[in-house]
Ligand binder design. Sequence first.
Ligand SMILES: *Cc1c(COP(=O)(O)O)cnc(C)c1O
Length: 400
Amino acid sequence: MSTATRPQLQYLHDAIEDLKAKHLYFNLKILEGEQKPIANFDGKEVINLSSNNYLGLTTHPKLRRAAIDATRKFGVGSGAVRTIAGTMKMHMDLEAQIASFKKVEACVVFQSGFAANAGTVSAILGKDDLVISDELNHASIIDGCRLSRATIKVFKHKDAADCERVLQETKDWNGKKLLITDGVFSMDGDIANLPALCDLAEKYNCIMMVDDAHSSGVLGSRGRGTIDHLNCHGRVDIQVGTLSKAIGSIGGYVCGSRDLIDFLHQRARPFLFSTSHPPSVTATCQAAFELLDSEAGEKLIKKLWANTKFFKRKLKKLGFNTGKSETPITPIMVGEAAKAFQFSRELFAEGVFAGAIGFPTVPEGKARLRTIVTATHKRPDLERAAEIIGRVGKKLEVVS
Ligand SMILES: *Cc1c(COP(=O)(O)O)cnc(C)c1O
């Protein structure tokens, strides 16, 4: 087999060499065994501060059992897209369960949160329409907007006044208008100002859409998300969530009115052209929402927040800048990307896995480590992680 780069792809090779020269090239970390608070990456046991496994559900015994039982009973695949022969009864049951959990009329599940955002925005808007979008919205929202061919106007992060400036400038817009924001921002861990944005959406007649990927299972009553947390029920037309983070499996969903969901069945391209989830995934998610909406779920969320507060306090005491985080996503601001990557590498060597995030995921000059503790981290492990982060941070002069 010939594996040499053919001339057509030489430019990719050059781009990779360029990244390596700038110390911006990353290698995939290989997880052996389970996704847990102490995990084995690249053959090394480390304290894992890098997953989105907020409640530890990736390895929860009830979810594991649900997946195995469903596989025994229904097989390993759905065998078709939803619109042809791939809608199983359990798909419908899960959607009804999520709709009821989120207190809305209806829900549709997609293969991923990415597909939910990209598929929804591109389905409901066209080239004559307008999107008003927070500058730090997730890549899947941005891609959905681009696919829709709508005009995109960006407002300053979390800035309702700047959002209103954009709405004023476009108040005579003829097409539809979509105001869209993340509920919790995935790189900074701060929470959107939803009540103010809902006011603006109502005042300027916009469709209101919130991506609650990082807040479902984390914020609000029993993890119902930012809309519940900030008392905005009934004011958000389109709620997106993911099944891949706190829920512990994979997938995304859109919640809203019956009409919205019926329309997405007809027009959302990932729903029409990509195969539905296998029974194991759907059964896992059913078990996860059942757990979430129970006292056991409440306990896990409480533990998540107690661990979060404990860890943030430790980092602040050590002098680290944790940005504007209000949630378990806790950045450790570094600045220069090369230094953030070095910080992460040295931490890993000492037994702490905290990934570095640089451009283009965050703006240039705002490189950071991104940490997330979970409900299943043990206190002594968090203490040890903080101690190591403090020691290495001092050595690299991230703190004095
Ligand atoms: C992770 C994330 C997604 C994508 O969800 P997946 O299920 O992993 O595809 C979408 N939006 C936001 C804000 C996210 O953080």
